[in-house]
Design a protein around this ligand. Structure first.
Ligand code: ARG
Length: 582
């Protein structure tokens, strides 16, 4: 249990001892620091409940608080707001109890089992900036949820089903008509059959095929036929599909690795298809499927709808499955294989209608238990200076790879590292670049569109990943240099900046809980900046290692250690790696 929660529990008991029952009580950081570090506002609500004046209740509480020696400077403001301060002795004792294990300063909620669907990469297509946002948010939430005691499975949910793959195969067929994959007389195995195509070829092929299909009806029809051949697992076409997935997946994995994103499950839309017959049966039994021009749809509109809710396309008229249906089949699959309490979808906010439809249909068909939560965690767009989705310098679509190249380049130019090795400099620059990219991507509340500032994101000062990393590495190096010096406990908080560090550390659980509630990482990036800045203020005002007062020096080192450990915990939660030096 966190320090703050422990105090809250004690306050609850204290109120109980004078006859007041509250569900919970919150020691809030005060907005008027001159009146006290914290405030308690519960007297207001108790006044209504017990039919007394808030002032009278506040006075009774204060009477009791004065007998508790962890509090000092207790006073009542306005109609009954209680201000108070925690004594330095108390803060010191409590902080000593979390040295070496700052995870004890967290309040873990009731454990849950969660599947997080994030990343959403599409096979044979280049990852783009939107995929970064999903991967970054999903990875951070996965780590946060684990830190908070949840059991979490991260699933890549690859887009490996549907027409794009048919298009890619068609274009490959046009380029290499003699490939064994298209030879109907070939009856052997395809295991050893080579494909003269690399991943970067694949990424070029799809846009070509897609634009051809837009203007050429015949081409599109051919692609449709191939798509259904793949979906019917026809020899040759199906084998080629598997090969394409293999090539593409390897590349996708590499890109995700380079940004520290890793999955427990690498399932795709196509893996849900085997659940389709059962899914269809469930929908049929509940009479949810309606014929509509050869297709089957599910009506979803409700009387309370403020905006029109289109029906869900369950099976298309050419009998292929829609994106919605693969998501429904995936829900069934997830329930049967993992039975999670919650499924979170980290997907572009522009897909909110899609998920509203899928969730409504899933509820109607009772695909999951009533208590299973399906949550859409939408995010906004990363824009360029012009307020439009971030593009390459020459105005092209920004792939994730080109974005990574760009941030590597910018960071390489900026960082100054004491090394002779070009390789080391590049590797450090890459870590810093990814840290800066991820940190800046996690700064705004997730739903907010934001402008990615190429010339600022890797600044050494300000709210950047570089600032956080640099400061944290400096703390580590200070601690390393202090080897041999006694570092057992905090003796006192000697100044107001130290006190501020202590109070900020106390606030950690509130930040983490809020981040988990809102499913947004901005609380964490903000807090990291705040804690780091206050620590840096302290650092610039004091010469820790050469301080002559032994108790002061020891306390300062311990404070450094507490901030360092807290920073590391949060940096890791954001999926950011800390280089050895920078
Ligand atoms: N592949 C999709 C896209 O790029 C995102 C998938 C999101 N997840 C899902 N379960 N639908 O748009």
């Amino acid at each position: 249990m966190s320090i703050l929660n422990k105090i809250n529990k004690e306050l609850q008991e204290l109120l109980k001892s004078i006859g007041y029952e509250v569900d919970n009580i919150n020691l809030l950081p005060s907005k008027r620091k001159d009146l006290g570090d914290f405030q308690i506002n519960e007297a207001m609500q108790l006044a209504k409940k017990y039919g007394k004046s808030p002032r009278q209740i506040a006075e009774e509480i204060v009477e009791k608080l004065k007998k508790d020696d962890k509090f000092t400077n207790i006073n009542i403001a306005g109609p009954g707001f209680i201000n108070l301060t925690l004594t330095n002795e108390y803060l010191v004792d409590e902080l000593n109890s979390i040295i070496g294990n700052v995870e004890n300063n967290i309040d873990k909620p009731t454990p849950k089992k969660v599947i997080i669907d994030y990343g959403g990469a599409n096979v044979a297509k280049a990852l783009h900036v939107g995929h970064l946002r999903s991967a970054n948010l999903g990875e951070g939430l996965k780590r946060l949820a684990r830190l908070m005691g949840y059991t979490v499975l991260g699933d890549a949910h690859l887009g490996d089903y549907g027409r794009p793959l048919g298009l890619v195969e068609l274009e490959i067929k046009k380029l290499y008509p003699n490939l064994l994959y298209f030879n109907e007389d070939y009856t052997g195995s395809y295991d050893e059959v080579d494909l003269p195509i690399t991943n970067s070829d694949l990424e070029k092929i799809y846009p070509i095929a897609s634009s051809k299909a837009k203007i050429d009806e015949k081409y599109l029809e051919e692609a449709r036929i191939i798509t259904s051949k793949i979906q019917n697992k026809e020899k040759g076409y199906y084998d080629l599909w598997k090969k394409i997935i293999e090539i593409s997946k390897k590349d996708i994995k590499q890109v995700y690795d380079s940004i520290n994103v890793n999955y427990d499950l690498w399932l795709g839309e196509s893996d849900s298809v085997e659940y389709f017959p059962e899914l269809k049966e469930i929908f049929e039994k509940k009479n949810l499927l309606i014929d509509s021009d050869g297709a089957k749809i599910v009506e979803l509109a409700e009387d309370s709808d403020k905006a029109p809710m289109p029906p869900l396309l369950f099976v298309k008229s050419n009998s292929s499955l829609s994106y919605e249906t693969t998501d429904l089949a995936t829900i069934l699959q997830r329930r049967k294989k993992f039975n999670p309490d919650e499924i979170w979808y980290c997907v572009d906010a522009r897909q909110s209608l899609h998920f509203e439809q899928v969730f409504r249909a899933a509820r109607k068909a009772e695909l999951v238990d009533k208590n299973t939560k399906l949550e859409f965690i939408g995010f906004g767009t990363m824009n360029g200076q012009d307020g439009k989705p971030f593009k390459t310098r020459d105005g092209g679509v920004m792939t994730l790879k080109s974005l990574i190249d760009l941030v590597n380049e910018e960071t390489y130019k900026k960082i100054v590292i004491d090394t002779q090795s070009e390789e080391e400099k590049k590797s450090i620059a890459h870590k810093v670049a990814i840290a800066c990219l991820k940190y800046s991507d996690s700064l705004p509340y997730r739903e907010t569109d934001y402008v990615f500032e190429v010339d600022k994101f890797a600044d050494m000062e300000g709210k950047t990943g570089a600032y956080i990393l640099y400061s944290t590495i400096r703390m580590r190096s200070l601690l390393n240099k202090s080897e041999g010096i006694k570092k057992e406990k905090l003796h006192n908080l000697f100044g107001s900046v130290e006190k501020e560090i202590a109070l900020t550390l106390l606030n950690l659980p509130t930040v983490l809980n809020k981040s988990l509630d809102t499913k947004s990482l901005n609380e964490i990036t903000d807090y990291l900046f705040k804690l780091t800045s206050i620590y840096n203020k302290f650092y610039s005002e004091n010469k820790v290692l050469i301080e002559e007062n032994v108790e002061k020096r020891e306390s300062w080192l311990i404070l450094t250690q507490l901030v360092y450990e807290t920073n590391m915990l949060l940096i890791n939660t954001l999926g950011i790696e800390v280089p050895e030096k920078m």
